[in-house]
Design a protein around this ligand. Sequence first.
Ligand SMILES: Nc1nc2c(c(=O)[nH]1)N[C@H]1C(S)=C(S)[C@@H](COP(=O)(O)O)O[C@H]1N2
Ligand SMILES: [Mo]
Length: 215
Amino acid sequence: MMTNKPTFADRKKREAAMRKAGRLPPGQALTEKFPVLHYGAIPDCDPNSWDFRIWGEVEQPATLTYESFMQLPRVDAQFDLHCVTRWSKFDTHWSGVRFNTLIETGLVKIKPSARFILQHAENGYTANMPIDLMKAETFLLATHFEGQPLTPEHGFPLRGLVGAIPGRKDLKDVYLWKGAKWLRGLEILPADQPGFWEQAGYHNEGDIWKEQRSA
Ligand SMILES: Nc1nc2c(c(=O)[nH]1)N[C@H]1C(S)=C(S)[C@@H](COP(=O)(O)O)O[C@H]1N2
Ligand SMILES: [Mo]
């Protein structure tokens, strides 16, 4: 059977429905595509030398191999994605590891002084968020998109991912730049430190409903 590409009119109809449902943040437009956006080149990943580190305000720094990370308890998540460049992609499906799982499995013991987390990715990319947002259901250490391992351009093998959950207006929602593709570690901090785009003039908090795009 042939599937037809959605027309402009189809897309606008879906967009209007999302707006009506309260799922389209101000200044955003619906896309059916999955744009690729990042600074610099797509890094290569060799699972044999890949590791994932957690350090800073923890009782003991931890390093996980690719294998041990992939064996952590996993969850599925459905997110609406909102990029500061004004596209929104709805009903995306991911799987990966919750930040809380690192704590619940005893891998990481967070010190009471911990307040913020800086995601560290390949090539020096960083993104900062309060620890409460990393613990929330809207953040995932994502390894799979729509049932498949991440593609290199979307962050293989691991990305931090923030997404809005329909109907959960009790949670804070932030723009997509707050999740680091090609994620290699988490630095737990006692005080906030601006990440890559935050240093470049993006808003420090990036709330999509308040349109906190730039500082
Ligand atoms: N490592 C890394 N992660 C990154 C970025 C980047 O430049 N480097 N850009 C961010 C921005 S601005 C966006 S909008 C999303 C885009 O994710 P996508 O390419 O999967 O759509 O990745 C975020 N994560
Ligand atoms: Mo972005």
